[in-house]
Design a protein around this ligand. Structure first.
Ligand SMILES: [Zn+2]
Ligand SMILES: [Zn+2]
Length: 354
């Protein structure tokens, strides 16, 4: 049904800021594995960080927001067929270890292993024509309904990460939550919180993103560079303060502001501070006496996959509408460069097709 070539194009990370289009063998799959022909792979900030700072050793093929078509099914795999369109998750927890029993799936040793590869040390592999899905990642494969696109399928992973973070917040209908940063991730926060009846205050430097935040359900939008920002938050919350603040852009000053703007027992959730070594002075009485929680969330929650899929496939979150730029596989370096330095117009960037 599908002719599978011997070799394929892949974008190989060869060192800091060094991505090369190379010809690699199409991965061979074992009896418990799948081979998927990649249709779309989203560009994610965590990959950009690895490429720009060289936090992992080369060579690797990155790209983990992957959707495509199953082209080969290992002899012992059940429940999947050649030709099915799927969204992939490159991390799947064991559901059995100490971390998993505490629902801290992102800290599970199995979860930390990457189970999808286009060759070399598994690193997602989505910036290639074909990927091999290892056995332990099969429970993370989600079938894309007929009415939905590959683009929708590629959005499951990022939406899942946001859904997981939102579930960590102790917020009630009508609460005020500030979402700082309205890139694709910030917009997903705005949307999911708005769907839950939260009054979202969305901020960003780009007007275009603020307009979208409105469309996504933000009750208030604030230009982050405007004078009187703090006063606006005060006014909106009638001087009671925020119930929570989500920091979806890695600016430390926002964390400081979040401590000021939240009310007692409010939560401050960091979602973009993924670079190690960033430090910040915090008045610890704000945590002890004011009972404010400083927390983080990272990566996806496997158990929320179907909920994330329902949100995306039903278009309650029209995630694919945030895709502003599509690059061919051999232009992956340009896709990553744009994602690393977003323009006022750019939002979600994907690599799709040859
Ligand atoms: Zn990602
Ligand atoms: Zn585990």
């Amino acid at each position: 049904m599908f002719e599978i070539p011997k070799t394929m194009k892949a974008v190989v990370y060869r060192g800091v800021n060094d991505l090369r289009v190379e010809t690699l063998p199409v991965p061979r799959v074992g009896a418990n594995e799948l081979l998927v022909k990649v249709a779309v792979c989203g560009v994610c900030p965590t990959d950009i960080k690895k490429i720009q700072y060289g936090t992992v050793a080369p060579p690797r093929v990155f790209g983990h927001e992957t959707a495509g078509t199953i082209v080969r099914v290992g002899a012992r795999v059940r429940g999947f067929a050649v030709g099915e369109r799927v969204g992939l998750h490159h991390h799947v927890p064991c559901l059995d270890c100490h971390a998993c029993r505490h629902r801290a799936f992102a800290q599970c040793a199995q979860y930390k292993r990457t189970g999808i590869t286009a060759g070399f040390e598994p690193a997602g592999g989505g910036y290639a024509e074909y990927v091999r899905v290892l056995a332990f990642c099969l429970p993370g494969v989600v079938k894309i309904p007929r009415k939905n696109s590959f683009m929708d399928g590629a959005m499951l992973e990022p939406v899942n990460t946001v859904l997981k973070a939102v579930k960590r917040l102790n917020v009630l209908k009508g609460d005020y939550v500030w979402v700082a940063g309205q890139g694709p991730i910030g917009l997903f926060f705005t949307r999911i919180l708005a769907l839950r009846g939260i009054r979202v205050i969305a901020s960003d430097l780009f007007q275009n993103r603020l307009r979208l935040a409105r469309e996504y359900g933000a009750a208030y939008v604030l230009d982050a560079a405007a004078a009187g920002f703090a006063e606006s938050i005060q006014r909106i919350t009638r001087r009671a303060g925020l119930d929570a603040a989500v920091i979806a852009t890695p600016a430390d000053v926002l964390v400081k502001q979040a401590f000021e703007f939240t009310r007692g027992a409010g939560q401050i959730l960091l979602f973009a501070h993924t670079k190690r070594g960033q430090e910040l002075a915090v008045d610890l009485a704000r945590i002890c006496v004011d009972e404010k929680d400083l927390m983080g969330s990272y990566s996806a929650d496997f158990t929320l996959q179907h909920e994330a899929a329902r949100l995306v496939f039903s278009r309650r979150i029209d995630a694919a509408s945030l895709v502003t730029h599509q690059f061919a596989l051999n232009e992956t370096a340009a896709a990553i460069a744009l994602a690393a330095r977003p323009t006022p117009e750019s939002l979600k960037i994907v690599v799709a097709g040859k």
